[in-house]
Design a protein around this ligand. Structure first.
Ligand SMILES: [Ca+2]
Length: 356
């Protein structure tokens, strides 16, 4: 990969959002421009909804997001079946809310299965109940009343135009169902930031497909065809941003509950990927996505056409990315390929220190 095709994610993202999708293209080198201006321009906390299937890496992502009250205005967590069944992902989201002491954030349960395909789970990676390395418990605060899909529809149709960021950390069933039931929700969405997909890296659930997209390719197809601004945090970047014993140790040494939970979860969770891929550490996929929201200047990528293979067969659930613009298909997503790993773990450590 040559450097000239990378665009500074922070700057390009601001233009992305400012011009409603008419993106800077043509391989402009933007990293010479001032860093951090995107952050300065968005001083008020970003209103967002996090759709999630916790999931060990989701737990780290949610702790990170809930720690950043000054930057992220988390309106709700919506849960979906994915890494494990919906009853577990919903309970785990409520556990994280309790760990983070954020009773103000409602948790809505959404779809219990994918749109069309047979459900798949990843209990061998995340443990039978979705979280590795820590003792699970039944949290005190219950789920919010109502379904996550209806919550998305009600909230996004009533939201100020292009005001809400939607983060998806699991299969995109809830968002796709909301888009199908009421396309009017698009008016309220500023941006979708998703963990999912793979191109240069290859897949992690099949040779071609990444888990979140593979678990509901038809949902991701709806999302990529929505015309909404999308930023993708694929395996291409998450598999480069790895834990190390020192990085996990720093989390533990914060000395608070959140640091210990994150360290215990990661110690158990990264083992699988270290063995499976022969990596020196483990990726923290979903947390990378929140890292991008907090510090887009740590990431680089470029606009590309992204389509999802929904045909059954070897490449079912693959994201087909026209990274080198070999077709005239319209660019519909920003595809992130590079991240500052130490910068991310420094951020994670500093943020988790703000939690109980
Ligand atoms: Ca997830």
């Amino acid at each position: 990969m040559t450097k000239h095709i990378l665009e500074d994610a922070a700057m390009a993202r601001r233009n992305f959002l400012t011009h409603g999708g008419k993106l800077l293209t043509g391989g402009l080198l933007l990293s010479a421009l001032p860093m951090g201006s995107a952050l300065a321009a968005t001083a008020a906390p970003v209103p967002l909804i996090i759709d999630t299937d916790p999931g060990a890496d989701d737990v780290i992502a949610l702790l990170l997001a809930l720690s950043a009250r000054d930057k992220l205005d988390v309106r709700a967590l919506t849960t979906v079946a994915g890494n494990v069944q919906l009853n577990y992902t919903s309970r785990n989201a409520r556990m994280v809310r309790e760990w983070a002491n954020r009773p103000d954030v409602p948790v809505y349960a959404g779809c219990a299965r994918p749109m069309l395909r047979a459900p798949i789970y990843a209990a061998e990676v995340h443990g039978a109940e979705g979280v590795t390395g820590v003792k699970v418990f039944e949290p005190k605060q219950p789920l919010a009343k109502g379904n996550a899909v209806q919550y998305l529809i009600d909230t996004l149709t009533a939201a100020k135009p292009q005001s809400m960021t939607i983060v998806t950390l699991g299969p995109q069933t809830n968002l796709a169902m909301a888009l199908i039931e009421n396309p009017g929700i698009k008016q309220g969405i500023k941006e979708i930031v998703m963990m999912g997909g793979a191109h240069f890296n290859g897949g992690n659930i099949t040779p071609a497909a990444e888990f979140n997209v593979f678990a509901d390719p038809h949902a991701s197809d709806v999302v990529f065809k929505s015309g909404l601004p999308i930023t993708v945090i694929p395996l291409d970047v998450t598999h480069k941003m790895l834990t190390s014993p020192e990085r996990i140790d720093r989390l533990r040494k914060i000395g608070n509950q959140a640091g210990k939970i994150a360290a215990d979860i990661l110690d158990a969770y990264v083992e699988h990927d270290i063995k499976q891929y022969g990596l020196p550490g483990g990726p923290v996929h979903d947390a990378t996505t929140i890292g991008y929201l907090l510090r887009p200047d740590l990431f680089k990528g470029r606009m590309a056409n992204v389509e999802v293979d929904t045909r059954e067969g070897l490449t079912f659930g693959a994201t087909v990315v026209d990274y080198y613009r070999s077709t005239k298909r319209p660019e519909n997503a920003r595809w992130i390929t590079e991240g500052d790993t130490q910068g991310f773990f420094d951020l994670l450590t500093a943020q988790l220190a703000k939690l109980p």
